[in-house]
Structures are given as structure tokens and as C-alpha cells.
Design a protein around this ligand. Structure first.
Ligand SMILES: C[S@@+](CC[C@H](N)C(=O)[O-])C[C@H]1O[C@@H](n2cnc3c(N)ncnc32)[C@H](O)[C@@H]1O
Ligand code: SF4
Length: 394
């Protein structure tokens, strides 16, 4: 995602295997670069550009209970955006000149009773549609996967070999369901030659580190297109408390009452040894030559890996977060938030306003300027999207 500047040769080669995907990626990459340059030149506020990327969280409900999940305690939202409103939003987006890259996620997005309807709507308005899912309910959508009219990036989470995955994800039998569904989905794609892409996310923890290499072998055999090894997102108590203090400086915005950072303070039993993390990533990346692209996010060297997992010291780093220049993140209740992982700062709500009104609101620029001026917040050092900042460092 984001821009070509930080892609490895292997990643570029992978994109080229899927011409429609590469073509879209190139378009988004150029658009992203132009926006960031326009911001740096001080021209962005006058140019009325709409977001190239939109993320929508469809629900915080979930059918699993993963040990590392930072959302496990997010019970604050009872009012999810209605399907009717989502359909209107999709119509608005369809009227824009450039079709954005839309990601549907959650919680578990396939748990939304209207998922089919929502998916079909956003197929009309998205340049590329991505769905992040735990894959348990994927079989109910096999017909969409076999439909030649749609091009979707399905990103399924699997965390280890059978017993380990079931333990981490809190449900016996969940590995079998997800893996069988994914296997069948890839077969349908092969049979129908539809334009779906299948990625898998593996979140690295102490509990699955020994099984990741074997899991990658299994996923390569199935024929998934790519595997991303996610570094664990976690905070120590001090970082979480520092972040809460930093939020006070954003008093011109609505600040959530249930601050998200508490969900990132994880049990030590989940935090892996950085040396083993680096080893398993290097080992798995070697397997990329078998046709399934494997990479890690963020793409760290050894010293960055060590610093990411050093949980003893707060790790505020100088980071320029450009995310809010290019991506609109909509939380489950319609609030438009500064960060999808930390949806505490809200600069508008699309329940009663058009996306365009919220996006072009000066509050977003005020928030962005403040985040850039403060060189990131105490939570930003472990952000998976840091690559965007890295690609545009001066
Ligand atoms: C929050 S889930 C939402 C979509 C869907 N329910 C799923 O599991 O894929 C999106 C991704 O975030 C990952 N995730 C959850 N908690 C994490 C953490 N603390 N660090 C890194 N990744 C995490 C999950 O493993 C999953 O791959
Ligand atoms: S399935 Fe996804 S949203 Fe649900 S608990 Fe696991 S990581 Fe969190």
C-alpha cells in the first residue's frame, strides 16, 4: 500500500503478476506522492483533493477473541453506521472523479448482517476494494469470489499451525474453518480466473513464533498470493499514559472517552524475542521464491527490530505521520478519526455530513499540522504505516 518509494524489488515484481492490481497501485502511488508534496509546499489546503484511501470499520463485534487483539475491550460503540447510510456514502464516492481504494474491516466485517449488500455497493464506488477478515464466514461469499465483475483483495488472518492458532484466536476449530475456506476461495479464483487477490496476515507473538515457518509452507502450498508478517503492536504502561496526556493538546477536537491505548498494553507472555523475530522473518522471506510474496510490516532492519521489542523504555521517535493527508478512516459510529488503530481523535462524523464536507474541514489540517509539529505521538513508533513517513523523509 501507499507508494512505490518503499517497495522492494520482489514486491514490485509481485504487483506486475497481477496487471490490474499493479495499474491501480501505480495510480494510487502517484496520487499519494502528489498530495504529500502539495502539503509540504503549503498548497494542499487550497486544492480540495478528496482522499485516495478510505477505511471503514463495519463493526466492533467479533466471533473470535484473539489474545493480542487491541480491540478486545472496545464495547463503547452501540450505534453502528446503518447500511442505508453506507449505501449513500458509496453513491457519494461514486460521483467523485477518482475512485478511492476502500478497505472494509472491523471487528469482524463479515459479521455485519448486510455485508453482501455493503460489498456490492462499494464494488461500484471503489477503485480497489480490500476486505480484512478472520475468514471464518468466508464460505458464504464464495459466489462473489467467483464473479468476474469484481476485483477484491481479501486479507485473511491466520496466526499459526492448528493448535497454536486456535489457542491464540480463542476458539477451537477456528484454524480448520479459516484454512478450508481460504483453500476453497483460492481454488474458485483459479477455476473462474476472477480478479481476486488473496493475502494472509500473520501477527508475530511469542506464542506462534515457532510455528510461523511451517504455516508459511502450508499457505504457499494452498497458493495464496502474499503473506505479511505483522510486528506485534503493543505499548508499555508509560507510553500509554504519555499518549493520554498528549491527547489533551488536541482540545479543539472531540476526544474519545474510552482511550484506545489501554488495549495495546499486552501481557508479557505475548511479546517475542527480537532476535527470534528477525530470524523467522528472514527465513520466511527466503520462501518468496516459491511464488508467494512474503514480507514484514514495518520492514525493519535488525536494530529497528530490537528497538520495537524493547518494552522497558518509552520509545517516542521522530515520525512525520502523513496518513491523514491521504486516508480517511471511518470508525464504526461514523466518526472520522485520525488513526484507525487509535481512534481517539475525531475531526468529524459522516452520519449526517457528506464525506467531502468532513474531509475538507479545516479541523483535519489543524490536527495534521499538530501531529507533524510534535513529530508523532508516544504511540506512533510501532505503527505499521510508518513506511509512508519513511518514504517522504526530508
Ligand atoms: C483487528 S483485525 C480486524 C479484521 C479481522 N477481524 C481479522 O482478524 O483479520 C485486523 C488485523 O489486526 C491484527 N492485530 C490484532 N491485534 C494486533 C496487535 N496487537 N498487533 C498487531 N496486529 C494485531 C489481527 O491479527 C488482524 O490480522
Ligand atoms: S478476529 Fe480480528 S477483530 Fe476479532 S479478536 Fe481477532 S484480531 Fe480482533
Amino acid at each position: 500500500m501507499w507508494t512505490k518509494e518503499f517497495l522492494s524489488e520482489e514486491q514490485l515484481a509481485f504487483y506486475k503478476l497481477h496487471p490490474w492490481y499493479y495499474q491501480e497501485f501505480e495510480k494510487f502511488s502517484i496520487h499519494t506522492k502528489e498530495i504529500i508534496e502539495s502539503y509540504k509546499n503549503g498548497n494542499l489546503k487550497n486544492d480540495n483533493r478528496l482522499p485516495p484511501y478510505i477505511g471503514i470499520s463495519l463493526t466492533y463485534k467479533c466471533n473470535l477473541h484473539c489474545q493480542m487483539c487491541f480491540q478486545n475491550d472496545r464495547t463503547k460503540y452501540t450505534n453502528e453506521i446503518t447500511t442505508k447510510r453506507l449505501n449513500e456514502i458509496s453513491d457519494e464516492i461514486a460521483s467523485w472523479g477518482n475512485k478511492p481504494w476502500i478497505t472494509l474491516w472491523g471487528g469482524e466485517p463479515l459479521l455485519n448482517r448486510d455485508f453482501r449488500n455493503i460489498y456490492l455497493q462499494f464494488q461500484n464506488s471503489a477503485g480497489v476494494l480490500t476486505v480484512l477478515t478472520n475468514g471464518i464466514l468466508l464460505r458464504y461469499y464464495f459466489d462473489l469470489i467467483g464473479d468476474m465483475n469484481f476485483q477484491t483483495v481479501w486479507v485473511v488472518s491466520i496466526d499459526g499451525t492448528e493448535a497454536i492458532h486456535d489457542d491464540i484466536r480463542g476458539k477451537k476449530g477456528s484454524f480448520r474453518k479459516t484454512l478450508d475456506n481460504l483453500k476453497e476461495a483460492v481454488k474458485i479464483r483459479e477455476r473462474t480466473k476472477s480478479k481476486n487477490v488473496f493475502g494472509v496476515q500473520i501477527t508475530i507473538t511469542k506464542k506462534n513464533i515457532e510455528s510461523i515457518s511451517e504455516l508459511c509452507e502450508t499457505l504457499i502450498t494452498i497458493g495464496v498470493d502474499w503473506i505479511v508478517l505483522n510486528h506485534l503492536w503493543f505499548l508499555n504502561y508509560v507510553e500509554s499514559e504519555n499518549y493520554k496526556k498528549e491527547l489533551l493538546d488536541f482540545d479543539f477536537l472531540e476526544v474519545s472517552k474510552t482511550i484506545s491505548s489501554d488495549g495495546f498494553v499486552l501481557d508479557n507472555s505475548l511479546i517475542p524475542d527480537p532476535i527470534l523475530v528477525k530470524k523467522v522473518i528472514d527465513e520466511c522471506k527466503q520462501k518468496s521464491k516459491h511464488g508467494t510474496l512474503i514480507w514484514s510490516m514495518p520492514n525493519y532492519d535488525s536494530s529497528e527490530t530490537n528497538s520495537h521489542y524493547n518494552k522497558d523504555k518509552p520509545q517516542k521517535q521522530a515520525i512525520s505521520c502523513y496518513k491523514n493527508l491521504v486516508k480517511m478512516d471511518i470508525d464504526v459510529d461514523g466518526s472520522v478519526v485520525g488513526c484507525k488503530q487509535f481512534p481517539d481523535l475525531t475531526y468529524g462524523n459522516i452520519t449526517n455530513n457528506s464525506l467531502k464536507t468532513v474531509w475538507l474541514n479545516n479541523l483535519r489540517f489543524q490536527m495534521e499540522d499538530k501531529i507533524i509539529d510534535s513529530q508523532g505521538l508516544s504511540i506512533c513508533h510501532m505503527c505499521p504505516d510508518k513506511a509512508l513517513s519513511k518514504a517522504y523523509q526530508e
